[in-house]
Design a protein around this ligand. Structure first.
Ligand SMILES: *Cc1c(COP(=O)(O)O)cnc(C)c1O
Ligand SMILES: [Zn+2]
Length: 447
């Protein structure tokens, strides 16, 4: 690679640029977020997206098998020898006509991008493979993250692939069991902080700054490069056609930000001629994005984000002692670190933000599960959100929609069992009690 990727501050008034080898997770000049940028005109980029199809025929090479590195030309920040893979991104865009019918959509309109099929069971692997390839390139020795669960599971897995130490910061009682079991089993050093995710996020940044530890939260711009490929795979599975809508849960807003960047770059490179619209779904108990966008009119505004409005909002949260609170623990975040990048994604994709209740999330989760995919609560916010968008006429019943199911059903079994066994819910499916008696059993079988 003669021409090199570089880092650039997203704040228009700053715009400082840094070498790709400088390990940063914020702009040293102004403290804002950093982007990875590329001198595209001096890099070898395929002329059309379908050129990527050839890689699949060479999938005996693990880097082509990877659903991330198969698209390496669209995230060319490190040379091939640094790229690590454990087979991430083997995810399938599932057409779901049954669920579409239930939502009043036509057959072929609804697709579910099931990221639960990744090695650690969530979309985070798309980002971690990139974050750890970068770590290998710069020779980092130790890594850390704050996590609601899936980030820690994924980083614990990927840190092994390049021999980095892994330290995880989790909050008190705020982590689903499937996820905690992964961090422990994969050998991560886990610190449980007496606080919530937002507290962990603050502390881990301080610790990484002071001890020069490599931070793998989505503040890390290289991690977000990997997550762009979720969009590339959706296009790939639609025969390189663009859907009308992408729907994604919003937590720390890294995923939505990376999707916006993916489409902005594809359009800039002339590889697509239409950008899909983006819907980012918050939980009602962690609705910073939808509150700021819908109630207070916060916008990207060409890069001049109203920082005061954000600061005032956070001060309000503090004065009310307001803490994020939702059953969807993966999006239980009230100070999303990628807020500004997400605002940019909403502008690029003419996007919308909205919030859904925990009840809506749980019902949607059971509806998704009923047709055999299953997902964790946060992922189901997509279908819960889609119901609102259909009811409000924002998404038409004929439009093609791809919902990103971010995490596997087995991440959070407690929520699923509670829903089905204890609650009188529209889609609950409790086990039927029966004596240990053949005739009685037979009388209950629905053949
Ligand atoms: C991390 C995570 C989210 C939130 O993604 P952000 O990029 O933080 O907005 C949603 N769902 C699942 C399952 C996650 O693990
Ligand atoms: Zn800056």
């Amino acid at each position: 690679m003669a021409a090199q990727a570089y880092q650039k501050c997203i704040n228009l008034r700053c715009g400082a640029e840094f070498d790709r080898m400088e390990v940063l997770f914020e702009c040293p000049r102004c403290g804002d977020l950093l982007d990875v940028r590329y001198p595209w005109d001096r890099l070898a980029v395929p002329r059309k997206l379908s050129d990527f199809s050839k890689k699949w025929a060479q999938r005996n090479n693990p880097l082509n098998f990877s659903g991330v590195w198969r698209f390496a030309e669209l995230l060319p920040f490190c040379e091939k020898k640094y790229r690590v893979t454990i087979g991430e991104g083997q995810t399938v865009l599932q057409r779901s006509d049954d669920l579409a019918a239930e939502l009043g959509m036509r057959p072929g309109a609804l697709y579910l991008q099931y990221e639960g099929l990744n090695p650690s069971g969530s979309f985070k692997d798309n980002g971690m493979t990139a974050a750890y390839s970068y770590a290998k390139m710069v020779g980092a020795a130790a890594s850390a993250c704050a996590s609601t669960g899936n980030t820690s599971a994924s980083m614990a897995l990927y840190s092994h692939s390049c021999g980095l130490k892994a330290t995880v910061f989790i909050g008190e009682g705020k982590i689903a069991f499937g996820k905690l079991s992964q961090a422990m089993d994969y050998g991560a050093y886990t610190l449980q902080i007496a606080g919530d995710f937002d507290d962990c996020m603050r502390q881990v940044q301080e610790v990484c700054r002071k001890l020069k530890i490599y931070l793998v939260n989505s503040l890390n711009p290289f991690r977000l490069e990997g997550q762009k490929t979720i969009m590339f795979r959706i296009l790939e599975q639609l025969g390189w056609e663009t859907p009308d809508w992408i729907i994604v849960p919003g937590g720390n807003l890294g995923n939505s930000s990376s999707f916006g960047k993916a489409f902005a770059e594809l359009a800039e490179l002339g590889l697509i001629n239409r950008i899909p619209r983006l819907a980012v779904i918050n939980a009602a108990g962690a609705n910073t994005l939808s509150e700021l966008v819908n109630e207070r009119g916060l916008r990207w505004n060409g890069g001049n984000v109203d920082q005061e409005m954000i600061a005032d909002y956070y001060a309000e949260l503090d004065s009310r002692n307001n803490r994020a609170n939702t059953i969807a623990s993966a999006i239980e975040i009230s100070r999303p670190v990628n807020l500004k990048k997400c605002l940019r994604a909403l502008e690029v994709c003419k996007g919308v933000a909205l919030a859904v209740s925990d009840e809506e999330i749980l019902d949607a989760k059971a509806q998704i599960g009923k047709y055999g995919l299953g997902c964790e609560p946060a992922s189901a916010s997509t279908i819960a959100g889609l119901k609102h968008l259909l009811a409000d006429g924002i998404v038409g019943p004929d439009q093609r929609v791809a919902c990103v199911l971010t995490g596997h059903l087995l991440k959070d079994p407690n929520v699923t069992v509670n829903y089905h066994s204890q609650m009188a819910r529209p889609f609950s499916n409790p086990p039927v009690q029966v004596p240990n008696d053949l005739d009685k059993i037979i009388s209950l079988i629905k053949a």
